[in-house]
Design a protein around this ligand. Structure first.
Ligand code: ATP
Length: 350
């Protein structure tokens, strides 16, 4: 079955006064299969929103191709727009209207039966708050209203930019259940962008990790974690002067082992077992004072893949993540529901 979304080599460059042009998208690829919750994960400024805005026709790109439901967009957007619901960017609801009236007016203009309004209010958990004016809504409530708006037309593809934004833990849990139900029981394909790793891990079936406008890795969430996880060993010595000798001893004994000095300790990866490290060092006349095993979680995998792992004494700058290793590739304020394909509306230069 062809992917619901296929993006290949997408490019978007912003010119900046007195600075080099900025490649927000630098040949980005993305494939999203039908009926899954697909996480679009990346550090701040990695190009997630730019990609979603391009898909929805809100900005023009400089290169690459995009297909939704097999149709090339933006050219064939009219053929697919009715099947897409999206929540990207800031809310623009009439503050004096109630949540229910907001949805009723939108339903009317879209030719959707009024009964559908009650269904979506129930689905997003706003039934009891529906008669209150939107001006009294919290960030999380506006977020829910935006999602309700996106669901009105019973879309087959739902695109949400940071859906957990503004939601409290109960709201996040509720949103997760709703999105998984839509995907797994209703066959809706759901794409969510996020920088919340734990949320992606719990919510998504598959994910694409991006950094600096490029895809770093994609696949099933569990496979990505399994494929990049592993254990590393942290080794300390009575005297830090032993560190360079220890690196030499370990990497000479086995060329596939990596040993990196991290302040006063050595981080060893690829060793057959902990005992091998102890033995190899002892054979070289080096004695250690501590050896601990560290298992990687998704956060460590993400930091490693996107090159945003903290460096002692340095603060990683936005958009300044390092170029990821060559071996890796495998394959807001509260948002508002955006009418997909509502035209080319280039955002203001930041
Ligand atoms: N209209 C614009 N003018 C200039 N630069 C822009 C514009 N929109 C985005 N950018 C830049 O493009 C890069 C990608 O931005 P984008 O909003 O797509 O990132 P993101 O992955 O969604 O980040 P976040 O997680 O912080 O929302 C950033 O460096 C951003 O500053």
């Amino acid at each position: 079955m062809p992917p619901i979304i296929e993006i290949s080599g997408l490019r978007k460059t912003y010119s900046r006064a007195f600075r080099q042009p900025h490649h927000a998208l630098d040949g980005l690829d993305l494939e999203v299969a039908e009926g899954q919750v697909h996480g679009f994960l990346g550090p701040n400024g990695s190009g997630k929103t730019t990609t979603l805005r391009a898909l929805l026709g809100l900005i023009r790109v400089d290169g690459g191709t995009m297909r939704i439901f097999g149709q090339t967009v933006p050219r064939q957007r009219p053929q697919v727009v009715g099947r897409i619901g999206a929540v990207v960017e800031s809310p623009q609801f009439f503050k004096h209207h109630s949540g229910r009236l907001t949805l009723q007016l939108l339903a009317e203009s879209a030719g959707v039966p009024k009964a559908r309004v009650e269904e979506v209010l129930e689905q997003v958990g706003l039934r009891d708050a529906a008669k209150g004016a939107v001006r009294g809504y919290s960030l999380g409530m506006r977020q829910r209203l935006a999602v309700a708006q996106a669901l009105l037309k019973q879309p087959r593809l739902l695109i949400l930019d940071e859906p957990a934004n503004g939601l409290d833990p109960a709201g996040i849990h509720h949103m997760r259940e709703l999105l998984q139900w839509l995907a797994h029981s209703q066959g809706v394909t759901v794409v969510v962008s996020s920088h919340l790793l734990s949320e992606v891990q719990q919510l998504c079936d598959a994910m694409t990790i991006v950094s600096r406008g490029r895809r770093i890795v994609d696949g099933k969430v569990a496979d990505i974690i399994a494929g990049h996880s592993g254990t590393s060993l942290s080794v300390r010595f009575p005297d830090a002067a032993s560190l360079p000798e220890a690196v030499e001893a370990l990497t000479t004994a086995d060329a596939t082992v990596t040993a990196a000095v991290d302040r006063e300790r050595l981080v060893v990866q690829g060793a057959p077992e902990a005992a091998w490290v102890t033995r190899t060092l002892a054979d070289a006349g080096i004695y250690l004072s501590e050896l601990t095993t560290e298992t990687k979680n998704l956060e460590m995998v993400f930091l490693e893949l996107t090159g945003t792992a903290p460096v002692p004494g340095e603060t990683v700058q936005i958009g300044g993540s390092v170029v990821p290793p060559a071996a890796a590739p495998v394959g807001a304020p509260a948002p508002v529901a955006v009418e997909a394909g509502s035209g080319e509306a280039e955002g203001a230069e930041r």
